[in-house]
Ligand binder design. Structure first.
Ligand SMILES: Nc1nc2c(ncn2[C@@H]2O[C@H](COP(=O)(O)OP(=O)(O)OP(=O)(O)O)[C@@H](O)[C@H]2O)c(=O)[nH]1
Ligand SMILES: [Mg+2]
Length: 418
């Protein structure tokens, strides 16, 4: 769906499984943030507090009536549901309300589509969108426009619809193949970096991940007060005074109810998180529900299967909250870091923490290297700390500290036994 125009929209939320009212209000507020990012003005909202889900129209008939009059009164062109709608529910609602209806997933896909920059992100988003749209292609608004190669709003007949579906399916296969090829390239790039300690910044969208990345790596990545500013994982070198090289990766933000198709197609990006040695779990401490952010972050980390990785909670935006509150939170989450990525508070300390975590992972080993194996000595220098170096009859006796994972380098060269 094309949402580039500034348009009026109405939000709709339902209390499923007796969720408390504040939870729905919060979720709708986040939905409003998403809608704003997508270029909409919110002109009203409807909440169905009780009752069962209507399989036909998701909300009850009375609520549909309420939505219709609100929509007409406020001149809205779109109704955005906070929960997943089935393709049939979406269709029925569109017919009843006589306007476009989209759910949270559809809206997120739309935002992702507009924020995608790299070839990889664009391919991932396009695939997720088509998978989302395929069961939703209807005569009322078929989304395919072959001329533009994109997706638009257009009325079509049944025959055209079948053709459209076929084209979408073919396109899905093509994009999957393309992603596989990109994934291969990535794999090769990652392998080259595999020997270097890598920390990934993860967390809810808009918490300040890219701001921290910019500070730590002196980069100039795009930062904005909007949801999903970053869609591409980006890896750079941590700039610091001493020690071994450390890489930092900025990642796409998390959000509750992220479309499954998106999670799947962002596999390559999220693989960066899986490959990391260490996770910086970032939270916006100034967010009224920062604890819900912590829970979401834990959940996604669990889903990615990286719960066991060494990690650190980093509470950002301390400049936005009174010191007493920060102290209170610090007492509740001992061992966490408190920073302002924008202002720089606590960032040097964070760098020291990351460095010491890298150093803690090092083990001590001794080796006697043949004088001809100069390149191995260089490898040890590059990836570890040499404690002593003695020139003996048999070769160079080196005592060094190196990360356990990197010892593979030397094992491969036959210098170290397992
Ligand atoms: N006051 C304050 N604002 C901050 C701080 N860190 C980041 N911000 C602001 O928060 C907003 C989001 O920052 P980003 O760095 O884009 O956040 P992100 O986590 O990368 O967001 P996504 O890429 O959209 O998931 C921007 O407006 C930043 O200027 C901070 O320490 N203090
Ligand atoms: Mg970002």
């Amino acid at each position: 769906m094309d949402t580039t125009k500034k348009n009026n929209a109405i939000l709709a939320g339902v209390s499923i499984n007796r969720r408390p009212a504040w939870e729905i209000e919060d979720s709708l507020e986040e939905l409003a943030g998403l809608a704003k990012t997508a270029g909409y003005s919110i002109t009203g909202k409807v909440i169905q507090a009780k009752g069962r889900i209507n399989p036909r129209s998701f909300i009850g008939e009375g609520k549909v009536e309420e939505l219709l009059s609100l929509k007409t009164g406020s001149n809205a062109c779109l109704v955005i549901f906070d929960d997943d709608l089935s393709p049939a529910q979406c269709r029925n609602l569109e017919n009843a309300l006589n306007c476009a209806v989209v759910d949270r997933c559809g809206l997120i896909l739309d935002i992702f589509n507009r924020h995608a920059r790299s070839r990889e992100a664009k391919t991932q988003v396009q695939l997720a969108r088509l998978e989302y749209l395929l069961p939703r292609l209807t005569g009322r608004w078929s989304h395919l426009s072959r001329q533009r190669g994109g997706i638009g709003l257009r009325e079509v007949g049944e025959k055209q619809l079948e053709i459209d579906r076929r084209i979408v399916r073919q396109e899905i296969y093509r994009l999957r193949d393309k992603l596989k090829a990109i994934d291969k390239e990535r794999h090769i790039q990652r392998k080259a970096r595999d020997e270097i300690f890598k920390a990934a910044i993860v967390g809810y969208t808009n918490v300040g991940k890219s701001t921290l990345m910019n500070r730590l790596t002196m980069s100039n990545l795009f930062v904005e007060d909007r949801l999903f500013a970053t869609l591409d994982a980006c890896t750079r070198t941590l700039k610091k005074a001493r020690g071994k090289k450390i890489l930092i990766t900025d990642t796409v933000g998390f959000i509750d109810k992220l479309p499954h198709s998106l999670v799947a197609s962002f596999k390559a990006t999220l693989d960066e998180v899986r490959m990391a040695d260490f996770l910086i779990k970032m939270i916006d401490v100034s967010h009224p529900r920062f604890e819900a952010q912590m829970a979401s972050t834990q959940r996604v980390i669990g889903e990615l299967g990286v719960m066991d990785k060494p990690n650190l909670w980093v509470f950002n935006k301390v400049d936005r909250v009174p010191g007493a509150i920060v102290e209170n939170i610090a007492a509740r989450f001992p061992g966490s870091s408190f920073i302002s990525a924008a202002k720089g508070n606590g960032c040097e300390e964070l760098v020291r923490t990351i460095t010491s975590i890298q150093e803690e992972r090092m083990v001590e080993r001794e080796l006697v290297l043949d004088y001809r194996e100069n390149s191995l000595l260089q490898q040890i220098r590059r990836h570890g700390h040499i404690l002593s170096e003695k020139y003996t009859e048999n070769g160079i006796r080196v005592l060094f500290r190196m990360e356990g994972k990197r010892l593979g380098l030397l094992k491969k060269a036959g210098c170290l036994s397992a």
